[in-house]
Ligand binder design. Sequence first.
Ligand SMILES: Cc1ncc(COP(=O)(O)O)c(C=O)c1O
Length: 393
Amino acid sequence: MKEDFFTYQAQTTPHPLAMEISHAEGSYIYDSNNKAYLDFVAGVSACSLGHKHPRVVNAIKEQLDKYLHVMVYGEYVQKSAVDLTKLLASQLPDPLKKTYLTNSGTEAIEGAMKLAKRFTGRSEIIAAKRAYHGNTQGAMSIMGFEERKQAFRPLLPDVHFIGFNNEADLEKITTKTAAVILETIQGGAGFIVPDENYLRKVKFRCQTVGALLILDEIQPGFGRTGKLFGFQNYNVVPDIVVMGKGMGGGMPIGAFTASTEIMDVLHDQPKLGHITTFGGHPVIAAASLATLKEILDSDLMCQTLDKEELFRELLQHEYIEEIRGKGLMLSLIVKNADIANQIILGCLQEGLILFWLLFEPKAVRITPPLTISEEEIKQGCSIIMKVLRNIKD
Ligand SMILES: Cc1ncc(COP(=O)(O)O)c(C=O)c1O
């Protein structure tokens, strides 16, 4: 099977891990030799309830028995999508009320950028250096990492960059700006949290010049930082919030939410401001609704902060310079990239899944399912410590 994988399935890196998956349940993934791997990555922050969560699986099965795809986005009234957007509205601060459901995070970013341009009548987008928002060409245009985008130029014009947490740069946001888009916590850059009041200052500047603030919650979203959305930790409300990954409970989805006033410009002049065939798919919306309900009904969000403490307590070693991030969105910043590689590959051999971050080679990603138990955290951290002890710098 591995040979066919390399022959027929397009590759995105020269050295994929190429682990052959047999099945997955809870916090574990099993390979085709039935070796169990404790999952500290959760499909890159996507499997927030672990693998095959019964509530998600049942919701999918129930919807499968009713209907699958019936119509392109937005024409028919489909219960799982309506219930999902209604429950989301009840959990989001005012005036965030109307949600557009998409197929992926990057598509939601595209929709949010289009919405900001359409609402403000302006074209300039300001993003952050070392930001990642997805891989379609609009999202790539606002990626703050030239090395990965150069080969695909020309990209969108009128895109400018500011330093994340750099208050002096806020002056670059002007009356020409349609939107400022930021990750609430920068992911690919190494899980960099916003400084005290930084996001509030960005919002204030946006309000002053009539620009919209878009926050990309695709990784922190649905509970990973102790609140449903990361921005709720920072006393700020964006004009448009973009979500994805963890909201699907393991299914592909994205969404962007705004006030009724802002969102309604997408349906007229021109109509069909954003179209998608499968966005809001009933089975996927059912999975997302079940995920949201489970996160709200349980105390998983509160546990996230205790689990973060446990990680910070257990992972102490001279090679670990810093543990960045918040809740269960953590990265070990180690002495150098070679040590990061040795940790990730060494742990994999020992049955623990870790991963890299996009733009920070000294980082090791720790984003387990929110459902991970304390026992599993202790078990995984003891593997990391064992591997660290065997590393020769
Ligand atoms: C912060 C952020 N924004 C956008 C995306 C793109 O989401 P997707 O891969 O679902 O298109 C990602 C994916 O890693 C992400 O981490």
